[in-house]
Design a binder for this molecule. Sequence first.
Ligand code: THG
Length: 367
Amino acid sequence: MAMISPSRRVRRTPFSDGVEAAGVKGYTVYNRMLLPTVFESVEADYHHLKRAVQVWDVACERQVELRGPDAGRLMQMLTPRDLRGMLPGQCYYVPIVDETGGMLNDPVAVKLAEDRWWISIADSDLLLWVKGIANGYRLDVLVDEPDVSPLAVQGPKSDELMARVFGDRVRDVRFFRFGMFTFEGRDMAIARSGYSKQGGFEIYVDGGDIGMPLWNALMAAGEDLDVRAGCPNLIERIESGLLSYGNDMTEDNTPHECGLGKFCNTHTAIGCIGRDALLRVAKEGPVQQIRAIDIAGDAVPPCDRIWPCYADGKRVGQVTSAAWSPDFETNVAIGMVRLSHWAEGTRLEVETPNGMRPAMVRERFWN
Ligand code: THG
């Protein structure tokens, strides 16, 4: 594919200089910001991620900051996940829904204090929705996008690398919790989280000016660990069942269709704007749901449009993400499948650009 023409509309990140020096070969645009997609090759990056440690420029996971007495109330209006038990220092994966129960985003909510939250967003203009709600309900809260850029450290050697830069205390951070750490006199929240299942951390870099110093420090500290620049890896994230907003789900899907029912407490999430709509749909249950699917044959091309799925010649779903998995020696995919055909082991046919392929619904690829 041709290059992305640089312009002010496509924002660089505090780490872009490092990403370019590392020889980035592909970019996508996410929240109007550059997101690297490949360094050596998607397959080489995948093997390295599973073996060593990578530093990822995920600054495009922008923060929507809520600050003020109504911050907690506003946060609960946005999601059907019950936030009453959430403490400062915790992160929650939260579906965000509109008044119809449709998915607007699937961010990580970071509770900094009772009156201060970050919503670490996927690729949709959530800031506009949140500002609209805050103003429409006349809430006592400030909503903006701060100069905070996540830098992820992912892979089996993440703990070792992070301990060298931030001290051994970072090893004690639990999954989906964060602690405050210092780098060159600057405070930053560090969570054990990230868009892979290889383990790792996300550093919420507060202030773009400290971005390259931190990037360089991580690269220098991890030389003997074979640390490299990396990025969310298409193959690994499909194997791990990590969903991609705009690909695997849109505003036309409910959280239940997306398999995110376990992150919904619709009965007790009082104040959630989509609550009534979700209570109605949750009663019947979804009639289609996201599934792991494997697609037979050799490597499929990039999935940049819906691939229809059939059974007995009838349309029963669609594939929305797919890639050849070297470790599973098949094409791994994520798709939305109708209730009649979503059971594990169900045989399907997928219409790929290279023709019809036999496929099968899987329980999951991971675990
Ligand atoms: N980290 C942060 N912000 C993000 C992402 C991230 N914003 C954009 C995007 N990724 C949002 N989407 C996801 C999708 C999956 C997960 C996190 C954000 C995730 N899911 C785990 C799972 O499904 O197994 C864990 C969920 C849980 O147990 O709570 O991590 O990656 N900061």
